[in-house]
Design a binder for this molecule. Structure first.
Ligand code: PMP
Length: 421
C-alpha cells in the first residue's frame, strides 16, 4: 500500500455535507472491526452511529464476509435486464416474507435515495396507468428526509432542509407538519379533501424522522396518516431506510405501529452496512396496475448495478443474522442503556430535549452545533459521533458491548456539558 495515500489523495476528493473551504479534513481510516473504526495512527474509535445507521451487526461480521467472499469468486456482478440470479431471487422472497404488509414484488436498486426515486416513480405511474390523471404531486412532512437525489430532495422539506438551495428547482410538493392530535388530523383531512386529486402518494419515515432533525412521532399519528391516505386515494410510502431492521425496536417501524404501507423503501442496514443496496417493495395491488399489453404501462427503470449479486448476498447473510442473533433483545437493551446514559444531559445548559426510542438516542440543543469544534472532543474520548444541526445522536451497532455503549454516552455527557456548544 502507498503510505502517502492520504496526503496524495485528499486534494482530489470532494467530501459529503460540508463546506470544503472550512471543513476539517476527514480522518484517515485503515480498518474496521466489531464496533470500532481504526484510524491510520492506530487509534480506535467506538462507532456511535453505525456508519450512518447501516453497520447494524458491527463491522466485518464473519458470516457476511464469508458469504460475500464466496459470491465474489463466482459472480461479482451481472446485469439484471433479461437476467436473474439466485441471490436476488432468494432475497426478494425473504424480504416479502418479513415485510410489514402483504407485499408481492421487490425492485432492487443501489442506494436508499434510488429506492425512494423508484417508489416515487411507481406511485406516479400507478395512478397514470389507472387513468387517474392529475395525481402528480406528493404529500410529505416538515423535517422529513428521504435522500439527496432530485426527487427525494423534493419530498425532504425543501424550504427548511439542508437542500434548501434547491427549493426553487425541485418539483413542488405538499409539505405539511405531521398532525399531532385529532384537530390536526382533521385539518389534514380537510386539506386532502381539497387537494387529493393532485396527489399520488404520501411519503413518510415511520416513527422516527432521521436526518431532518431526529424527531419522533407516535404509532397513532402514523396510523392516522395511513388512514387519511386510504380515505383520499393516496398510496402510502413507508421510507424504512433508516428505521427498518429493528432500529426503532420492531423489525419495521410500520409493523411495530400496526400500519400496512402500499410501498416500502429499504436500504442502509439491508446489507448489514457492507455494500450499497436499495429495495422498493410494492403490494400486488400496486404491481397489477403495471400489467398491460400497452408498453407505456411498464416501469422504465433499471440501474446498471441493480440487484448486484454481492450486495444481495450480503443482504441475505444480514437477514440470516437477524434470524439467528438476538437483535430484538439487543435493541431493547440499548434503548434502556441510552435512556440511562443520556438522561443526565437533561437540564444541562443549552440542552432542550433528550429522547430515546428503540436504539436511537438524541440530545437536542438550543442552537446549531459547531461540528468543527466538537469533533475533536469526541475523537479524543475514543468515540465516533457525528452531530448535525442542533442534534447529537447515537445509533450504535446492535452488537455493541455495554462498556462500549457506556463510553459513548459518557462522551456525549462530557462533551455536551463542557461544550459551550
Ligand atoms: N431515506 C432515509 C430515511 C434516510 O435516512 C436516507 C439516508 N440517510 C435515505 C433515504 C437515502 O439513502 P442513501 O443515503 O443510501 O441514498
Amino acid at each position: 500500500m502507498n503510505d502517502h495515500w492520504y496526503e496524495d489523495g485528499l486534494g482530489a476528493l470532494w467530501s459529503p455535507y460540508c463546506q470544503m473551504k472550512t471543513a476539517p479534513p476527514p480522518l484517515p481510516v485503515v480498518a474496521t472491526r466489531g464496533c470500532r473504526i481504526v484510524l491510520a495512527d492506530g487509534r480506535e474509535l467506538i462507532d456511535g452511529v453505525s456508519s450512518w445507521w447501516s453497520a447494524c451487526h458491527g463491522y466485518n461480521h464473519p458470516h457476511i464476509l464469508e458469504r460475500v467472499r464466496d459470491q465474489l469468486a463466482v459472480m461479482p456482478h451481472v446485469m439484471f435486464g433479461g437476467l436473474v440470479h439466485e441471490p436476488a431471487a432468494v432475497l426478494a422472497k425473504r424480504l416479502i416474507a418479513i415485510a410489514p404488509a402483504a407485499m408481492s414484488r421487490v425492485f432492487f436498486s443501489d442506494s436508499g435515495s434510488t429506492a425512494v426515486e423508484v417508489a416515487l416513480k411507481i406511485a406516479l405511474q400507478y395512478h397514470k396507468n389507472l387513468g387517474r390523471a392529475g395525481r402528480e404531486r406528493f404529500l410529505c412532512f416538515s423535517d422529513g428526509y428521504h435522500g439527496d437525489t432530485l426527487g427525494a430532495m423534493s419530498v425532504s422539506d425543501p424550504e427548511a432542509s439542508m437542500h434548501r438551495a434547491f427549493r426553487d428547482v425541485v418539483m413542488k410538493q405538499f409539505v405539511v407538519d405531521l398532525p399531532r392530535d385529532a384537530a390536526e388530523v382533521r385539518a389534514l383531512d380537510n386539506l386532502l379533501a381539497e387537494k387529493a386529486s393532485r396527489i399520488a402518494a404520501v411519503i413518510i419515515e415511520p416513527l422516527v424522522q432521521g436526518a431532518g432533525g431526529m424527531r419522533f412521532h407516535s404509532a397513532e399519528v402514523l396510523a392516522a396518516v395511513r388512514e387519511l391516505a386510504r380515505r383520499h386515494g393516496l398510496l402510502f410510502i413507508a421510507d424504512e431506510i433508516a428505521t427498518g431492521f429493528w432500529r426503532t425496536g420492531g423489525r419495521f417501524a410500520c409493523e411495530q405501529a400496526g400500519v400496512a404501507p402500499d410501498i416500502v423503501c429499504l436500504g442502509k442496514a439491508l446489507t448489514g452496512g457492507v455494500i450499497g443496496l436499495g429495495a422498493t417493495l410494492a403490494t400486488d395491488e400496486v404491481f397489477q396496475a403495471f400489467l398491460s399489453d400497452d408498453p407505456e404501462f411498464a416501469l422504465m427503470h433499471g440501474p446498471t448495478f441493480m440487484a448486484n449479486p454481492l450486495a444481495c448476498t450480503a443482504a441475505n447473510a444480514s437477514l440470516d443474522l437477524f434470524e439467528t442473533e438476538p437483535r430484538r433483545e439487543q435493541a431493547r437493551a440499548i434503548a434502556a442503556e441510552l435512556r440511562a446514559g443520556l438522561e443526565p444531559c437533561r437540564g444541562m445548559p443549552g440542552v432542550v430535549d433528550v429522547r430515546v426510542t428503540g436504539a436511537v438516542g438524541v440530545v437536542q440543543l438550543d442552537t446549531a452545533i459547531d461540528v468543527r469544534a466538537l469533533r475533536p472532543r469526541f475523537v479524543e474520548r475514543g468515540v465516533w459521533v457525528r452531530p448535525f444541526k442542533d442534534i447529537v445522536y447515537l445509533t450504535p451497532p446492535f452488537v455493541i458491548r455495554p462498556d462500549e455503549l457506556d463510553r459513548l454516552t459518557e462522551a456525549v455527557r462530557e462533551v455536551v456539558a463542557g461544550a459551550g456548544v
